[in-house]
Design a protein around this ligand. Structure first.
Ligand code: DAK
Length: 282
């Protein structure tokens, strides 16, 4: 199989995919990893295959996410692609000759499920194509900010398969049965504005503002008290994972738990005294 990846194993100063000049703190074969103040930025970096999600990219992305999640200086993560593609799906070349037994014995694509274990918020900054596994990766993130040229789709049916990284489930929960069926069964792409209208995407911004908008949203989140942010993320996720009654109970428990944080005392004290809060992530 031809190698479409450029290797970037050293610390380098590069012009990133959205035109900003930044210091790359750590780069691997398939992703670029950097910190911007309290935000971790992972840029998928297989531009020649439109960021097709191969085994190595999955491994490196999960590893970077776990490192950010355990870094006390990082409060949120942005996952971005290139201007042309967030990701055009799982790597078809890598998958083409696989058999049932291959996947059964080594279901490497299921490692994406581990994104669910990340406690800090993850924002997908989607430009261009987010198809198949790419759309599913965006759905695995906590919310999606899209550029005005983004396209979302689950075109697996055209390849004789179906979504396999949770697309049929998360898409249906996100946009409802009818729209999920439309996308999964016809394989059609939907443009950013339509994705916003159906609730798949939180915000649509001009392409040149995408990365900055996503980073700013992540900085805002990272500026709040980290334990409370993690509790809030966990509470919202309960809505998708449990019946309403269990979700409400968990929310109430987490709400009370927030009063055990220093951040709650600081946030409310700051409000009462008309000053800006200083959160210490405790
Ligand atoms: N995989 C590998 N290479 C890809 C790719 C992909 N998904 N998508 C694009 N590329 C490559 C193209 O082959 C081409 O390579 P070269 O010919 O230059 O070497 C290069 O990227 C540029 O693509 P195009 O020349 O096609 O560019 P266009 O602008 O004309 O078209 C496109 C862009 C995005 C409409 C088109 O590339 C396209 O339709 N791509 C495929 C989209 C797709 O079908 N995505 C779904 C893949 S299936 C599982 C879990 C999950 C999955 C499977 C199993 N388990 C847990 C078991 C997930 C499956 C999928 O995602």
């Amino acid at each position: 199989m031809k190698n479409k990846d450029e290797s970037n194993k050293t610390t380098v100063v590069k012009v990133d995919s959205f035109g900003d000049k930044e210091e790359k703190t750590n780069s691997t074969e398939t992703i670029l990893v950097e910190k911007r103040e309290k935000v971790g930025l992972i840029t998928l970096n297989r531009p020649k295959s439109l960021n097709a999600l191969n085994r190595q990219l999955a491994k490196e992305t999960l590893s970077a996410l776990k490192k950010f999640d355990s870094d006390p200086d990082v409060g949120a993560v942005v996952i971005a692609g290139s201007p042309r593609a967030f990701a055009a799906g799982a790597d078809i070349e890598e998958m083409a000759e696989k058999t049932f037994i291959d996947f059964y014995m080594d279901d490497f694509l299921s490692s994406w499920d581990e994104v669910r274990t990340i406690k800090i918020p993850i924002i997908a900054a989607v430009s261009g194509f987010a198809l198949g596994g790419g759309c599913e990766l965006a759905l695995l993130c906590d919310f999606i900010i899209a550029s005005d040229d983004a396209q979302f789709g689950q075109p697996e049916i055209k390849l004789g398969i179906l979504p396999g990284i949770g697309g049929s489930q998360r898409l249906a929960k996100s946009v409802g049965k009818s729209m999920a069926m439309d996308m999964v069964l016809t394989g059609r792409n939907i443009p950013a504005q339509e994705a916003k209208e159906i609730g798949l995407v939180a915000r649509v911004v001009p392409k040149e503002e995408l990365l900055q908008t996503a980073i700013e949203a992540a900085q805002t989140i990272a500026g709040f008290n980290s334990p409370s942010v993690r509790m809030a993320k966990s509470a919202v996720n309960m809505a998708f994972e449990t019946p309403l009654d269990a979700g409400l109970k968990q929310e109430r428990l987490l709400f009370k738990a927030a009063f055990a944080t220093e951040g709650q005392k600081e946030g409310m004290n700051a409000f009462v005294n008309k000053r800006a809060p200083v959160f210490r992530n405790k």
